[in-house]
Design a protein around this ligand. Structure first.
Ligand code: SAH
Length: 323
């Protein structure tokens, strides 16, 4: 665990740094998805404690804190230091009940144990990326802006960037991640084009990469329902941040830190994530450890779809721990 932001007991970590928090100049509010449904399935009550594994800008955390007044606590984790800063700033009113940790949720159990977070009644994992990161991080998450090919949530400690993958990984490895993490049908062609272009000069920007993808794919693909760079960008982001492995790691840890009758809610944004959650829930149901609360994944209703484009691909699955 690295930086540690704690409103209640700062002494738990002798070496921790306490920052003064200022958000980006242009911080925009991320609209949390499926809020009604998250509250319905997590069912937070007075004085209960919750972990928000992906606190972002605290959209869900704030709603949970309202339901758990006066004494319930939320432990908010985020891998992106800027998100922690934003969250701290935006949630300044909840001092004492919101504990913020800058770390990966893959270390959930260790974090909970280290800070002695009391009885965990529920856990939320809202996967993926926030609108704020897409719009204002400057880290190349979006193909709509010309930015450096970075794509790290943890821009401080993660040594792997999208630029490194694109310029230094062998062709077959690039092809593989595009195929596996992006489900990109032109993975072979795109990987080949990347290798050709990088022989001439290093590929450093999102727009540079987009040009390469365009050159490698047929024109019909450019007019598809989703932008032709979507799958490549998704694949790179998953690879840079090891997203699927982290998800596989956090799920069992979430069950072990949950108290009996505690609830776990996971919101995923693409089929690879959803499959991992679904398989895990089915396995743990067979083992008699959980009961699934959502037979089918819950998706956004028409009203939310109209207001928040991010909700389009959101799928919520929830379960209750029975053992
Ligand atoms: N629910 C939040 C939004 C979450 S967006 C809100 O309402 O504001 C997803 C967040 O997960 C992002 O902030 C991202 O930085 C974070 N994240 C991604 N991978 C992570 C990981 N391995 N550990 C912790 N946080 C992670």
């Amino acid at each position: 665990m690295r930086k540690f932001f704690h409103n209640a007991k700062p002494t738990a970590y002798p070496n921790e740094k306490i920052f003064s928090f200022l958000p980006h100049n242009n911080t925009m509010l991320h609209i949390p998805v499926l809020t009604k449904e998250v509250l319905q399935y997590l069912n937070p009550g007075q004085n209960e404690n919750f972990v928000d594994c992906t606190v972002g800008q605290g959209g869900h955390a704030k709603l949970i804190l309202e339901k758990t007044e006066p004494k319930g606590k939320v432990l908010g984790i985020d891998l992106d230091l800027q998100q922690i800063k934003n969250s701290e700033f935006l949630m300044a009113g909840s001092r004492g009940r919101l504990i913020l940790i800058n770390d990966s949720y893959a270390n959930l159990q260790e974090i909970v144990e280290k800070i002695n977070f009391p009885q965990v009644n529920g856990i939320l994992i809202d996967l993926g990326i926030s609108s704020e990161q897409l719009e204002s991080s400057g880290r190349g998450f979006t193909f709509l802006k010309n930015e450096p090919l970075d794509m790290r949530y943890d821009a401080v400690n993660n040594g792997l960037t999208a630029e490194k993958i694109i310029n230094e990984w062998p062709e077959d490895k690039i092809e593989n991640i595009l195929k596996e993490y992006g489900e990109e049908k032109f993975s072979k062609k795109i990987a080949k084009e990347i290798i050709e272009i990088r022989k001439q000069s290093r590929i450093k920007t999102t727009f540079g990469l987009i040009e390469i993808i365009k050159a490698a794919t047929p024109s019909a693909y450019w007019r598809g329902k989703i932008h032709y760079a979507t799958r490549t960008f998704q694949a790179l982001r998953i690879a840079v941040n090891d997203e699927l492995e982290n998800l596989k790691k956090v799920l069992p840890e979430a069950l072990s830190v949950l108290s009996a009758s505690g609830r776990l809610a996971v919101i995923s944004f693409h089929s690879l994530e959803d499959r991992i959650v679904k398989d895990f829930f089915n396995k743990k149901t067979k083992e008699g450890i959980i009961k699934i609360l959502t037979n089918k994944p819950i998706t956004a209703g028409t009203e939310e779809l109209g207001k928040n484009p991010r909700s389009r691909s959101a799928k919520l699955r929830a379960a209750i721990k029975i053992l």
